[in-house]
Write a protein that binds this ligand. Structure first.
Ligand code: SF4
Length: 290
């Protein structure tokens, strides 16, 4: 599409999330820290333009990138008015070299009016809408305090399809109460959900989160590294060949990480997955059930 590297730059638009501001639970998903999985740049007073310009410097040095995607990562980036969404997205897309956006949100924070706005951007720019789901199992979503159901996700995907917007979904492996069979059910179901991309994350424990308390009480055991590697390979085999896998593990800040230790060794886990795929003669689509 762009015939060259396009580098994502994380942007914090200073928004919040209905699962944190009291509209839903007020305490957030059990694994989420107060930064809402983001950079906190807005709280430090940086405008969207300033964040993108700062991000470009590193992306140019490290990757020689000349084109960029603004990645609205922190909190829920459609949890505001359409007018405000337009303001922040216009600001990002007006930056030199920005060819599109990836917008992180929740399935219960989207509606046709917001999608109309994103559809209009998608005519001229690459637009990815990233829905946090984590699991297809409602009992798990309840346990981790997501505040939405799997049906909410299916409804959001239905509303989004056919508008030129690319749909990505986030999944977490190793959620409390989930065994391998449940995680594979998530893979099989999402393989047929009509989404374009997926991000796989490891559940790790961040200090100060509700999950931290559960972990310290001995009520949650983290996945072992080998176990995670095999789960990722199994998961990938079940996905259709044309689904874009955007992430295969998380990358926590080591100063915030409680456990497991190996979660901080992102590159090692990445290499282990690659090696295991080769050893097992695994490939994406090997066990895809249309
Ligand atoms: S939806 Fe996202 S930002 Fe909101 S509490 Fe959950 S992980 Fe945090």
């Amino acid at each position: 599409m762009f015939k060259e590297r396009v580098q994502k730059i994380s942007v914090d638009a200073g928004l919040t999330c209905p699962n944190r501001d009291g509209k839903l639970s007020g305490t957030g998903c059990i694994y989420c820290n107060s930064k809402g999985s983001g950079t906190n740049a807005s709280a430090r007073g940086l405008s969207i333009k300033e964040q993108i310009e700062a991000g470009k410097i590193g992306a140019r040095i490290k990757y020689k990138a000349k084109k960029f995607l603004a990645y609205f990562q922190s909190y829920t980036n459609t949890y505001t008015s359409c007018a405000h969404m337009k303001e922040i997205f216009d600001e990002a897309l007006s930056c030199d070299g920005v060819v599109g956006m990836a917008i992180g949100t929740r399935p219960d924070c989207i509606d046709p009016e917001k999608l109309d706005l994103l559809e209009a951007y998608a005519r001229d720019f690459l637009v990815w809408l990233e829905y946090g789901l984590q699991s297809i199992h409602d009992e798990t979503l309840k346990r981790i305090n997501r505040g939405h159901t799997f049906q909410d996700f299916l409804d959001a995907v239905d509303m989004t399809k056919g508008r030129g917007i690319h749909i990505c979904t986030h999944v977490i492996l190793g959620l409390p109460g989930e065994d391998r069979a449940m995680m594979m059910e998530t893979a099989d179901r999402l393989a047929r959900a009509g989404i374009n991309g997926i991000k796989l994350h490891l559940l790790y424990v961040i200090r100060g989160t509700p999950l931290d308390e559960i972990y310290l009480n001995g009520e949650y055991t983290c996945l072992e590294q080998e176990e995670y590697v095999n789960l990722v390979c199994d998961f990938i085999e079940r996905l259709p060949k044309d689904m874009i896998i955007q992430r295969i593990t998380g990358d926590p800040h080591s100063d915030e990480l409680r456990a497991p230790d190996w979660a901080a060794r992102y590159r090692q886990t990445f290499n282990m997955i690659q090696h295991a795929m080769e050893e097992r003669d695994s490939f994406q689509g090997k066990k895809f059930k249309p």
